[in-house]
Design a protein around this ligand. Structure first.
Ligand code: PRX
Length: 691
């Protein structure tokens, strides 16, 4: 199986050996039914749900999600699809996202915890932030942003913060004023943050002195200088920098603040103690935030999400799929710096009045019992994490969940395919066989969950994420655009025929790229004004079983999904080329037991280079860390005599990916230099095993 041979043409998926082709395959698993107790209390449990979200109810079915929100001005129509693939949801409505996530809960649940912050060091106390306190903090910071920094509705703010309460507070303060936030994962380098900041012309850059990760203090402020240098180089340096401090009474970085440029956030907020500013009502299609993600070109793109459609969709899916109830204690063990955290740590749970846990550190610190201790102590009922974390916690402490009084009602997984073995441990040991497991498939671009079982309605099937979420109809298309019928066992490209409220509005500054990357592949008539002519191409290979359950195989393009995090091979390659000795570079995905996939890097050197290969390898790894971050660190850097190339000079990554994954490279007779394949194979065989 596999997506089959592909033709290559500009804008189409890469013809190289892709993730989906090195995916591990498994057979169909048996169904597991949701327990009756879960079904009785579920948000989406009544038998009319399927009818309410039936295809003939599109787009009106999505009114139900919008009704979860408080609108300042009611919307006039659910969808304006007159200009596909640019859609406008809840047209005519106005609302404010922060007001929906904070203010409107104050009367009923002001004293309830909105955020529970769990610092990584276990010696530090957990901090509970009530909705009332959150409202106060968001209001004061909004006053700083508006009155001290002069920011106005529509301005962009780049936020390079770790997993601390100041991150959601800063996001919500932006949302309160209609500022467009762009959060960059704290693990990304200063360079990466600065480029993203420049791309959207951020006026303000928000950072922090330090934080804890894997038992070590991280000097995060050290990333500021490279970030500002990169933003300068990009032509749009931010005017000001807002610096949070992790502790009130000490600093985690020696880097001094720069007078006139940097503002101490704690001190500024203190000056506005007790102040607030009114939440600005925003048109439904005003942008709420940007989230940069890797694509098929070197530059990450800013996916722009709209206020009304996005918020309604994440609230609706958090309610329907994660089964969040107001007041639930919910923990999503992911990072707010990725879309999962935006949608299902911050906006979805807070819109629903749940209590959301923000955990600073890595899952297995100081031992793999940590998550279960936290969950027991806080009474977490709904939990979500990635298959990589599940694999790791299982490997390091398979018996640990049983040592705690865990009462999970629902367990979610997201970000990569989960193999049935890991699924069964999650369900049986973590969930005691009584929690429902949902495997949720979606993307940065899609805003919220698109495929998953409906937890009280569909039985679970390990290894398959399930059918479309309410109102979503996934299809698998072949290269010609014909639908591959469910149950045929053939894989193809996963697509969505109809739009949904969480779909990004555009790519910041590059609307053509939205069309090119996601819609052109299957659009036959660029002039068509009918949304049916604009299937969304997700970039994943998948197959659909006879029961309509989708099984994801992996990316078909130049994206590598490392531990559930997206990296572009082109980004990694351009970082390698920053090393002067390197003439050519190729990054390919390798299957990894723990992380799903990791990058392997091949470099060929310029003629006459005398630096030893090991040293070049170290320089290349460092260059990748500087440009992107530690997360992109390659498994190995192979310094090779030459790249396998076609006669037209194109590097054949398929051959390299085959070698990295211990596979036959296939037919190499058409290469311009077939002998190099054998040389590289021998070289790899002779290399030391990886660290
Ligand atoms: O390949 C799919 C994989 O993650 C990609 C999206 O990555 P990102 O935009 O960073 O968003 C991750 C969190 C939503 C997809 O194209 N992916 C995501 N969820 C799953 C998955 N692969 C298999 N199963 C999933 N449940």
């Amino acid at each position: 199986m596999g997506p089959g041979p592909r033709r290559s043409s500009p804008g189409e998926p890469s013809p190289d050996l892709s993730e989906s082709e090195i995916a591990v395959h498994w057979g169909e698993e048996a169904y597991v039914a949701p327990p009756a107790e879960f079904v009785r209390q579920a948000n989406l449990g009544d038998p009319t749900a399927a009818q309410r979200f039936a295809p003939d109810r599109f787009p009106e079915c999505f009114r139900e999600y919008a009704d979860l929100l408080r609108w300042r001005t009611p919307f006039a129509s659910v969808l304006d699809a007159s200009r596909p693939p640019f859609y406008r949801w809840y047209v005519g409505g106005t609302l404010n996202a922060a007001e929906n996530c904070v203010d409107r809960h104050l009367a009923e649940r002001g004293d309830q915890a909105a955020i529970v912050f769990v610092p990584e060091p276990e010696s530090e106390p957990t901090v509970s932030v009530s909705y009332a306190e959150l409202g106060r903090r968001v209001g004061e910071l909004a006053a700083v942003l508006r009155d001290d920094l002069g920011l106005r509705t529509g301005d962009r703010v780049t936020i390079h913060l770790p997993m601390v309460p100041e991150l959601p507070v800063t996001m919500l303060a932006c949302a309160r004023l209609g500022l467009v936030h762009s959060v960059v994962f704290a693990g990304f380098s200063g360079d990466a943050a600065g480029h993203r900041s420049a791309d959207c012309g951020s006026r303000l850059f928000v950072t922090m002195d330090g934080y804890w990760r894997a038992g070590r203090p991280v000097d995060h402020l050290a990333n500021l200088a490279p970030a500002l240098a990169a933003a300068e180089q990009g032509g749009h340096p931010p005017e000001r920098v807002l610096v949070w401090r992790r502790y009130a009474d000490r600093r985690m970085s020696e880097v001094p603040l720069v007078e006139g440029r940097d503002l101490d956030a704690r001190a500024s907020v203190a000056r506005h103690a007790g102040h607030s500013v009114p939440a600005v009502a925003q048109p439904s299609d005003a942008p709420l935030f940007l989230m940069y993600t890797s694509g098929t070109t070197g530059r990450p793109k800013g996916c722009q999400h709209a206020t009304g459609g996005y918020l309604a969709y994440v609230a609706g899916t958090a309610r329907a799929v994660l089964d969040l109830h107001p007041g639930d204690v919910y923990w999503c063990l992911a990072d707010i710096g990725w879309i999962t955290g935006h949608s299902y740590i911050v906006y979805g749970p807070l819109a629903l009045g749940a209590t959301t846990v923000v955990y600073e550190g890595v899952p297995a610190h100081p031992d793999p019992g940590r998550p279960w201790r936290v969950a027991e102590r806080l009474g977490v009922r709904v939990f979500q994490t990635s298959p990589t974390a599940i694999r790791q916690l299982r490997r390091l402490g398979p018996e640990r969940p049983r040592q705690h009084d865990l009462r999970f009602r629902l367990l979610a997984t997201v970000g990569e395919p989960i193999e049935p073995e890991a699924w069964r441990w999650y369900h049986g040991e973590v969930g005691r066989g009584t929690a429902v497991v949902v495997d949720t498939w979606w993307q940065t671009e899609t805003g919220g969950i698109l495929c998953s079982t409906w937890p009280a309605i569909h039985p679970m099937k390990p290894g398959s994420c399930g059918p479309g979420a309410p109102g979503i109809r996934p299809v698998v298309l072949d290269e010609e655009g014909h639908e591959i019928a469910p149950g045929t066992g053939r894989a193809g490209n996963l697509c969505l025929r109809a739009p949904w409220p969480g779909l990004m509005q555009t790519i910041w500054g590059d609307p053509d790229r939205l069309v090119r990357q996601y819609f052109r592949k299957y659009n036959r008539d660029p002039e068509s004004r009918d949304w049916r002519d604009w299937p969304y191409f997700a970039g994943d290979a998948a197959l659909i079983a006879a029961d309509g359950y989708v099984r994801i195989l992996g990316r078909v393009d130049d994206v590598i999904n490392v531990a559930g995090h997206r990296l572009g091979t082109k980004e990694i390659e351009s970082a390698c080329l920053a090393v002067p000795e390197v003439a050519e570079a190729a990054a390919v995905p390798v299957a990894d037991e723990l992380k799903g996939k990791v990058p392997d890097v091949y470099v060929a050197l310029r003629p006459g280079v005398t630096v030893p290969p090991d040293e070049v390898g170290r320089r290349v790894a460092r260059a990748i860390e500087t440009a992107i971050g530690k997360i992109a660190r390659p498994r190995r850097v192979h310094v090779v005599p030459d790249m396998p190339k076609t006669r037209s000079g194109k590097i054949l990554r398929r051959v390299l990916a085959g070698l990295s994954n211990g596979r036959e490279p296939g037919d190499v007779t058409t290469l311009a230099n077939p002998e190099v394949v054998e040389q590289i194979r021998e070289q790899i065989a002779g290399e030391r095993p990886e660290r």
